[in-house]
Design a protein around this ligand. Structure first.
Ligand SMILES: Cc1cc2nc3c(=O)[nH]c(=O)nc-3n(C[C@H](O)[C@H](O)[C@H](O)COP(=O)(O)OP(=O)(O)OC[C@H]3O[C@@H](n4cnc5c(N)ncnc54)[C@H](O)[C@@H]3O)c2cc1C
Ligand code: FES
Length: 305
């Protein structure tokens, strides 16, 4: 779907009074930024491109609107001549420096990861609902690249939570991201960090969910945040239900419009781009027939995950 066409369709028509327009389409000069400016594509220059491992790269760019994003919100990234794909913000700074961390899985992410400092990409967003920061004793559970949106969240929670337990799991050591960054954020905070790998090359050899359960048996948590492979998040959701701990999970679905129009990100009655991508326990309960089990493919057909 052409992005420009989409923008054109929802752009306020000339001559139409502001009062006639839905609230989110009226011109507003105050913060938060109007829907129109968030959805307008900006061409940004990559100011840093950092290889994290064999398939993952972090790109930093300057964008005012992304600087105002909440942890867990995402942007649509246009790779000229290839595609437009959703990416969580892996760093958010008030100076406007923001990052995305990209794992190569197919054509668009591969083309994106070939970009270097000085290259340009298109950005729309930030979109959706991010994580709601909680106080008390919080647990953060990330799997592989799923740690990306959890990093700005950890930075925010470091100022509000009483204790933070970060559980990061991956297939092998090379796939564990942000080791130094986690260390830096948590260095002065009441915290614990647990790393797990499936092959035992770093930390504890097991699935991260198994370690999370060990912790939950011993400690009462006030909130769990998770992002990673959907089966992992689903298992965390089941644990959270069992131990009666509220949970927030960041879901992935195919996204095209990112503004709740096209339906390609539908899960149950929810649209992940608009109601999510971060869904809370109550919302996840309402879609438990599909969560961890099905998603829509590129043609809109319901397929097994
Ligand atoms: C809200 C959100 C945040 C995301 N954040 C990150 C992130 O921080 N880092 C990261 O590496 N990836 C992230 N993703 C996933 C990323 O968007 C997909 O991996 C990417 O779109 C794949 O495109 P491709 O052309 O490289 O692969 P394709 O060849 O198109 O597909 C490879 C795989 O990716 C899935 N996929 C394809 N298109 C999309 C799409 N538009 N949305 C979701 N999944 C898709 C396919 O089902 C398939 O399993 C996020 C997805 C969403 C929805
Ligand atoms: S991506 Fe179009 S409705 Fe969510």
């Amino acid at each position: 779907m052409g992005i420009n066409l989409l923008t054109k369709r929802i752009h306020p028509r000339k001559g139409r009074s502001q009062k006639e327009l839905p609230v989110n389409l009226r011109n507003r000069s105050s913060v938060p930024p109007s829907f129109d400016s968030v959805n307008r594509m900006r061409i940004v220059e990559i100011v840093e491109a950092k290889k994290e491992n064999f398939t993952v790269k972090t790109f930093t760019f300057i964008d005012k609107l992304c600087g105002k994003a909440e942890p867990g919100q995402f942007v649509m990234v246009w790779i000229p001549g290839v595609d437009e794909i959703p990416m969580s913000l892996s760093a958010i700074t008030s100076e406007g420096l923001s990052s995305i961390t990209v794992n190569e899985v197919g054509e668009a992410s591969r083309a994106l990861n070939q970009k270097e400092k000085g290259d340009t990409i298109g950005i729309r967003g930030p979109f959706g609902n991010g994580f709601v920061p909680a106080g008390g004793n919080v647990m953060i559970v990330g799997g592989g690249t799923g740690l990306a949106p959890l990093m700005p969240l950890t930075e925010k929670l470091a100022k509000t939570a009483d204790k933070i337990t970060v559980m990061s799991g991956a297939k092998c050591q090379d796939n564990l991201l942000f080791l130094d960054r986690i260390d830096n954020i948590l260095s002065e905070v009441n915290s614990e960090t647990v790393f797990t790998t499936e092959d035992g090359s770093y930390g504890i050899e097991c699935l991260v969910v198994d370690q999370a359960e060990q912790k939950m048996k011993k400690e009462k948590f006030d909130m769990i945040y998770t992002c990673g492979p959907e089966q992992m998040m689903y298992n965390m959701f089941l644990l959270a239900e069992q131990y009666k701990v509220p949970l927030q999970a960041s879901l992935e679905r195919i996204m095209r419009c990112a503004i709740g129009l096209c339906g390609s990100c539908q899960i149950g009655k929810l649209r992940v781009c608009k109601d999510g991508p971060v869904l809370n326990s109550e919302q996840l309960r309402s879609v438990k027939e599909e969560f961890g089990k099905f998603q829509l493919d590129l043609t809109g057909k319901r397929i097994k995950l």
